[in-house]
Design a protein around this ligand. Structure first.
Ligand SMILES: Cc1cc2nc3c(=O)[nH]c(=O)nc-3n(C[C@H](O)[C@H](O)[C@H](O)COP(=O)(O)OP(=O)(O)OC[C@H]3O[C@@H](n4cnc5c(N)ncnc54)[C@H](O)[C@@H]3O)c2cc1C
Length: 259
């Protein structure tokens, strides 16, 4: 069985994000790391194999050169090989174009089960799993808190407000997993070194049959017109308790319609 885990390299949230003149994030100029939520996707796939599933795990990322670091982190956690779609023309792509690139790459690698995070930690749209299932014409089961594979069926537990749904889908399928699937492991130094020896294939858009005109800012349905820095946080009001502290707090909340 072929499992492909999608892993996104995201900018460090604490870094000073730089924007290029065309209003896109200058990803190449910012340090990044494997999206934390994708670590759960990696962990889920590795646990399936450790649990006895006969499967090969491939990691797939779409991103600039630095995205390789995310693949290496995933390979250190387990799995077999990695594919990196890297092409300057992808810069400025929106979610639709990103899903096109990922879908075409998945058609090239082949897959029975695609495992993704429930959301990236930068874009946070949670749209990629559904877009991919639609483009690939396969089943989807999203927001899995637990995942199991038996024969050609993947089963997930999906926590709802009032009940837990047990959802079964016939493979091939796309499954997104939540941060409740189990703590992601920390790779040991030896595994980090071994990851560098695992196969890592770099593909361009032409390798996967995508035209440069179908991706990038020019093809994006989303246009960013301007970017403004968030306003500075104002200093909060300090209540000194001179015996009237509780009343001052109540007045403060009442003035804002909070009580
Ligand atoms: C090089 C590059 C430049 C981009 N430039 C822009 C831009 O200028 N403007 C813009 O609007 N958007 C841009 N995008 C697209 C955007 O950043 C997101 O990748 C895309 O819209 C997916 O949305 P999301 O991050 O909210 O993913 P979600 O739908 O929240 O992600 C769900 C899951 O899908 C998988 N996934 C998502 N993205 C990737 C990926 N790239 N590689 C592998 N797995 C992935 C992960 O498993 C993730 O947990 C760019 C993307 C790339 C790779």
């Amino acid at each position: 069985m072929k499992i492909v885990v999608l892993v996104k390299h995201v900018p460090e949230p604490t870094a000073v994000w730089k924007f290029a003149p065309d209003m896109t994030i200058d990803r190449g100029a910012i340090d990044g790391h494997l999206s934390e939520l994708d670590e759960y996707a990696v962990e889920s796939a590795v646990r399936l194999v450790e649990g006895g599933l006969d499967a090969e795990i491939t990691y797939l990322t779409v991103g600039p050169a630095q995205a390789k670091d995310g693949l290496l982190k995933a390979l250190a956690m387990g799995g077999d090989k990695a594919v990196h779609v890297q092409d300057d023309a992808i810069h400025g792509s929106d979610a639709l174009a990103t899903s096109l690139v990922l879908a075409k790459a998945l058609e090239k690698t082949g897959f029975d089960l695609v495992v993704t995070g429930m959301s990236s930690t930068d874009g946070e749209m949670s749209v990629m799993p559904s877009m991919l299932a639609e483009r690939l014409g396969v089943n989807q089961a999203t927001f899995a808190d637990a995942i199991a594979v038996s024969g050609n069926t993947v089963t997930i537990a999906r926590e709802g407000d009032g009940a837990t749904l047990d959802v079964a889908a016939t493979l091939p399928a796309v499954v997104s997993v939540t941060d409740r699937t189990g703590e992601a492991r920390y790779p040991a130094f030896r595994q980090i070194m071994m990851a560098k020896k695992k196969p890592l294939e770099v593909l361009s858009l032409s390798d996967i049959g995508v035209s440069a005109g179908d991706v990038g800012a020019g093809a994006a349905a989303v246009k960013v017109r301007s970017i403004d820095a968030a306003p500075e946080r104002q200093a909060g009001a300090v209540v000194t308790d001179d015996g009237t502290g509780a009343a001052q707090l109540a007045d403060f909340l009442a003035a804002r319609g909070l009580i």
